[in-house]
Write a protein that binds this ligand. Structure first.
Ligand code: AMP
Length: 544
């Protein structure tokens, strides 16, 4: 060969190095749970990340070991990501909204060595500490004591060189809870995270640059905060974080800090709209809002677009890092009327370079991209899962690397993908999953319950909330209060069904499985009476 290019492993620490060097003064603002605000910048994040790397090494953490977080969005959480990954560790973001059994399983399965947590989750830590078998160090992000984050990094100067290695080493672990069995870990690699970030900053994706001021409402524990901590460093974005998800706080922050970009599940925008209607206030500088996690309702898209905001409707999964598709204005956007534009944004968008999609029928035959032929949605690419963490069953893709998403979709001739259904029966409440199977199993553990089925029914605020259908054992007079009492000890409080109905029998398939499709059809127009009083996931999590 006459020439060639340089070796350059695509490793995450290069992102923070770049941000420190090229965008060092770009701010990272945090609104903390106690109402105080702090300001740092990419240079400060980089320095503190190196101090944390030194601190973790002093605790004996070795390359490849997992450092867990149980925390909302804030600058120290960002430091924890870069500090852990930079010293060769794997950052494991745990979702505090999971219920105890899952929290215990996940931390033990990941063999977490350190837990960095918010004071708001102290009750969870106190409760589960005896059951977490591998965690040796507990550090509180936002307290002052000797066990605090600041005390941990205080002795160190930050004179540290990031650990080098292969781009194929792991850097992050996120668990996803499916319909059956235990949660599964998705292990992101340095390379997959960097390539995902490169795709994400593009104009047709999140459109991030050094002009962007982003307030990610999506939590750092939900699918790597959609990759934003990595993409933000790459583009030199100013981040504005809020450790609380109160629309009044979010709206004030958005206006005071001139936030141009935001991202979150549909529910957060519903709360924002209620706040706007009640107060007459609105975010003044927003240019682009990315919505994903569950389907964004048409009215929401339309309202944001009428405010002059571009809506990026994204689809993805923890298994896809998570960006699979995202909508952006196509070539003929200006010629479309407003209704046509909204129609397009209601669909889940197109793939960025690197990702390939196809829809197959039950026999695995690829379906035409005609906007009509629906089937199982499959995906492959450099930031798509190949095998779950420590999964003895082997790869979760076929021989051509196609990963079956469990979603049902059509692909339109223009490449736009549209989710039409999902093959899973999970109940999506405010963008978070409630496993119908686990809810049913818990209910069936209650004396007097013969059979139970949990289905999601429409809810004005949370998109879906669980409705529990119960068949009593013969002769039993078990009532709603007794079932609720029993469930409280077995599932997270925000999983509790909004309503419990008693029925004589439940429909079954030929193999004896519950026929969920028939139940969903039967209750599709069912109106829950709970309205806004339904369990508020974040408040619940904060209360432990
Ligand atoms: P998670 O891994 O928790 O992020 O959940 C991934 C699942 O959320 C996908 O398989 C879809 O069922 C659903 N999902 C994510 N984004 C969307 C969207 N924009 N529209 C419809 N469903 C979505």
């Amino acid at each position: 060969m006459l020439g060639g290019m340089q070796d350059f492993e695509l490793r995450v620490p290069r992102l923070i190095e770049h941000a420190e060097r090229e965008h060092g003064q770009r701010e990272i603002v945090t609104w903390w749970a106690d109402g105080t605000t702090t300001r740092t910048n990419w240079a400060g994040i980089g320095r503190d990340a190196r101090r944390l790397a030194q601190a973790l090494e002093s605790l004996g953490i070795r390359r490849g070991e997992r450092v867990a977080t149980l925390a909302m969005n804030h600058s120290r959480h960002l430091v924890a990501w870069y500090g852990t990954i930079g010293m060769g560790g794997v950052i494991h973001t745990i979702n505090p909204r999971l219920f105890d059994e899952q929290l215990v399983y996940i931390a033990n399965h990941a063999e977490d060595k350190v837990l960095l947590y918010d004071k708001a989750f102290q009750p969870i830590v106190d409760r589960l500490r005896p059951q977490w078998t591998s965690i040796a160090h507990y550090v509180c992000f936002d307290s002052d004591g000797p066990d605090s984050f600041e005390a941990l990094i205080a002795p160190f100067e930050g004179d540290y060189r990031w650990v080098e290695g292969s781009e194929r080493e792991p850097c992050m672990l996120c668990y996803t809870s499916g319909t059956t069995g235990n949660p599964k870990g998705v292990l992101y690699e340095h390379r997959s995270s960097v390539i995902h970030a490169m795709a994400e900053i593009a104009p047709a994706c999140f459109d991030l640059s050094a002009q962007a001021v982003a307030l990610p409402i999506v939590p750092m524990f939900h699918a790597a905060a959609w990759g934003l901590p990595f993409a933000g460093a790459m583009a030199g974005v100013k981040f504005v974080y809020s450790a609380v998800n109160d629309p009044a706080v979010l709206c004030s922050l958005m206006n005071e800090e001139k936030v141009t970009h935001s991202a979150g599940v549909p529910t957060v925008w519903l709360s924002m709209f209620q706040y706007m209607d009640a107060t007459g206030r609105k975010p003044e500088h927003l240019r682009l809002v990315t919505i994903g996690g569950s389907a964004a309702p048409r009215a929401m898209i339309e309202r944001l677009m009428r405010m002059g905001i571009r809506v990026g409707h994204a689809w993805g999964m923890t298994e896809t890092s998570p960006i699979g598709t995202i909508g952006s204005p196509p070539a003929d956007w200006a010629e479309m009327d407003f209704g046509g534009q909204v129609d397009l944004v209601c669909k889940q968008g197109r793939v960025p370079f690197g990702v390939e999609l196809r829809v197959v029928d039950d026999e695995g035959r690829e379906q035409p991209r005609d906007g009509k032929s629906s089937g199982r949605l499959q995906i492959r690419g450099p930031w798509i899962i190949k095998r779950y963490f420590q999964d003895e069953q082997g790869d979760c893709v076929d021989e051509e690397n196609w990963f079956d998403t469990g979603d049902v979709a059509v692909i339109h001739p223009c490449g736009t993908m549209q989710i039409t259904d999902r093959s899973k029966d999970v109940i999506k409440s405010g963008g978070e999953w409630i496993s119908s199977v686990e809810l049913e199993n818990a209910a069936m553990g209650c004396a007097g319950v013969a059979e139970a089925a949990a289905i999601g029914v429409q809810h004005p605020k949370w998109a879906e909330r669980p409705l529990l259908l119960v068949v009593r054992k013969e002769g039993s007079d078990v009532d709603e209060a007794a079932i609720r009492d029993h469930l409280k000890d077995h599932v997270a409080r925000w999983w509790l069904p909004d309503e419990i109905l008693f029925v004589d029998s439940l429909p079954h398939t030929a193999t004896g499985k519950l026929l969920k499709t028939a139940l969903r059809e039967r209750y599709k127009d069912y109106r829950l009476e709970t309205g806004d009083d339904a369990a508020q996931p974040i408040a619940e999590a904060a209360q432990g």
